[in-house]
Design a protein around this ligand. Structure first.
Ligand code: AMP
Length: 564
């Protein structure tokens, strides 16, 4: 058992400590004191998450429901609550202050433990169907009623998904490495393969380095995808890779497919097939057509990756990206959507087959294995179209053909390279005709005036600080958003509003947009140190989460390369 107060005190210390090394030390010490049974969940809680990203389970409490609950527990009106949040800068600090003022007899009647809090979170997530909101409020109120001010501060921040203590994956990795005396790269690898720091910490503690080295991927648990770098031209890519594989860069959404040909004893659903989005969300239930294709075409137990593309059956052109995402999100009338927006799947990699990890194999070998594992079904599930060449001319011809067909460009793959989960290394390049764009998260907005009154009409863009997980402003977009989008953006952003202050709103960082710009400038005005000149929203990237956005480091790199 561990008192929740102890965890809250660690959060408080972390928040007050800006240095990365000091934060790592705090967590190292805390991990050493954590009872074994809690190691499964503590790393996640320290990063401000309750469930792994890839788990279909979620709390389902947005700012609105949370504020209702706080208002109910403290007896303060929602309006006053919002004013206090505005004054204090965040809901956690506001709740701490309100709890301090409250007559104490009604509050913290019972000592909270981490176990109790977590069980309550699980019950909140479990509440679904009719009356679910009411039940969620009740469970959360019970929890808050037992909380001391400091505990309440971090409970509400956790529920909101904004812990603000500046702990991202790198710090947890280093703390696990320090706590159990294991080299960080071994911890990193184990994490990329399992996506579960709880499991990694537990294995490190119980089985040490050998146990961690043996951890491997498992069918059913998604693996972080390897990412592509940008190459300015085919010539550059060939210079780097030599003879390389050129593949069509399909204009769709990435999926990771897990197929288990066993008897389902490992608990896989949907006939042994699971499909994860690029964010590693489980989207299996929205894609029964893909499950069908995979069952027919994939001959062994395997983890493969591909792109889901919505090709218009008449014109054979890929349809808008938003159409694809609409299908991913669909919870009802799924069959109708399959008819409206049929998918074609183009498979481009394999990570695991027949009980063996393939990520250390070369791309050349993985592709060969893939050809044996997938029996294509025309216009349903095929392998990515590919040529292998070192000729710039041949590659350029292939590139033009890809663009003529309406795809985004080409991918260039190093034939000798392994697969490195979660990494953006130079093993896979993308070449597209359009200029570089950045994926950024909207962290705030301004209420419009005049014709735009009532709409959130100008958006503050944030880039990720990879070390702390914080989102730092890099610019503001207003133009490039049509009237129709204005409405859509406002509706999407409103539930994310944390507080209003002087015509501005602070938003929970959730909505990711792909942004084009003319130039990057240094800027003392923004905390990131950089500002985008003339940013424009190209598209909403609902396939990406805030954790996938570009980092301040990446912006710095682009800044230094733009005048080269
Ligand atoms: P980007 O999202 O712009 O960073 O581009 C990389 C993405 O291109 C990958 O994550 C895939 O979703 C997508 N893609 C499309 N076709 C391929 C392909 N043949 N090989 C690898 N990735 C591809």
């Amino acid at each position: 058992m561990m008192e929740y107060r102890k965890l809250a005190e660690v959060y408080e210390k972390l928040e007050a400590t800006p240095g990365r090394l000091e934060k790592t030390d705090i967590i190292t010490g805390f991990l050493n004191e954590t009872p074994k049974e809690l190691l499964k969940i503590i790393p996640m809680l320290l990063m401000g998450r309750v469930f792994p990203l890839w788990s279909p389970v979620e709390l389902g409490i947005g700012p609105g429901l949370l504020y209702d609950t706080i208002s109910f527990v403290t007896g303060i009106s929602k309006q006053d609550l919002k004013t206090t949040i505005g004054e204090m800068g965040d809901v956690g600090s506001a709740v701490e202050k309100l709890f301090e003022k409250k007559v104490q007899t009604t509050l913290f009647t019972e000592k909270l433990t981490v176990e109790k809090v977590y069980a309550c979170f699980e019950n909140i997530a479990d509440a679904s169907g009719k009356g679910a909101q009411g039940r969620k409020i009740k469970l959360l109120s019970n929890l808050l009623t037992s909380a001391a001010p400091l505990e309440a501060k971090y409970l509400v921040r956790t529920v909101l998904g904004e812990l603000r203590v500046g702990v991202a994956e790198g710090i947890i990795r280093d703390a696990i490495a320090n706590a159990y005396g294991i080299p960080p790269h071994i911890v990193e690898r184990a994490y990329m393969l399992t996506n579960d720091f709880g499991k990694v910490a537990m294995t490190a503690r119980v089985q040490g380095e050998d146990g961690l080295t043996e951890l491997t991927m498992e069918i059913g648990t998604p693996v972080k995808p390897m990412l592509a770098q940008i190459s300015p031209s085919i010539k550059d890519a060939i210079k780097d890779c030599g003879t390389a594989a050129f593949e069509i860069k399909y204009d769709g959404a990435r999926i990771q497919i897990h197929r288990n040909c066993g008897d389902g004893s490992r608990g896989e659903s949907a006939g042994g097939v699971r499909i994860f989005s690029r964010r590693l969300e489980d989207v299996t239930s929205a894609l029964p057509d893909v499950v069908w294709m995979v069952n027919k075409a994939v001959k062994s137990s395997a983890i493969i990756e591909g792109e889901a593309v919505a090709i218009d059956p008449e014109t054979r052109r890929p349809r808008a990206f938003q159409d694809i995402l609409r299908r991913f999100r669909r919870k009802y009338d799924v069959l109708e959507m399959i008819e409206k927006i049929p998918f074609e799947i183009y498979i481009f990699d394999i990570l695991y087959a027949d009980g063996k990890s393939l990520i250390d194999e070369t791309f050349e070998n993985r592709r060969k294995t893939l050809e044996g594992v997938v029996e294509p079904i025309e216009k349903k599930i095929e392998l990515a179209e590919q040529i292998v060449t070192d000729s710039v001319q041949a590659a350029e011809k292939f590139y033009s053909r890809a663009l003529e067909k309406g795809h985004e460009g080409v991918m260039v793959k190093n034939l000798k390279a392994p697969y490195i989960p979660g990494a953006r290394v130079g093993y896979m390049y993308k070449i597209k005709p359009v200029m570089e764009t950045l994926d950024l998260v909207i962290i705030g907005a301004l209420w419009g005036t005049g014709k735009r009154a009532g709409w959130l009409s100008s958006y503050i863009l944030g880039a990720r600080d990879a070390e702390t997980g914080e989102f730092l402003p890099v610019g503001r977009v207003g133009s490039g958003v049509t009237e129709e989008q204005l409405e859509e953006f406002t509706n999407t952003l409103k539930p994310l509003v944390e507080f209003n202050s002087g015509g501005r709103v602070k938003l929970k960082p959730e909505l990711v947009v792909e942004v084009a710009f003319q130039e990057i400038q240094k800027s003392p005005k923004y905390k990131s140190g950089f500002a985008l000149r003339f940013p424009r929203v190209m598209k909403v990237r609902e396939d990406k989460g805030p954790e996938d956005t570009d980092t301040v480091n990446r912006i710095e790199e682009l800044y230094s390369s733009q005048y080269r």
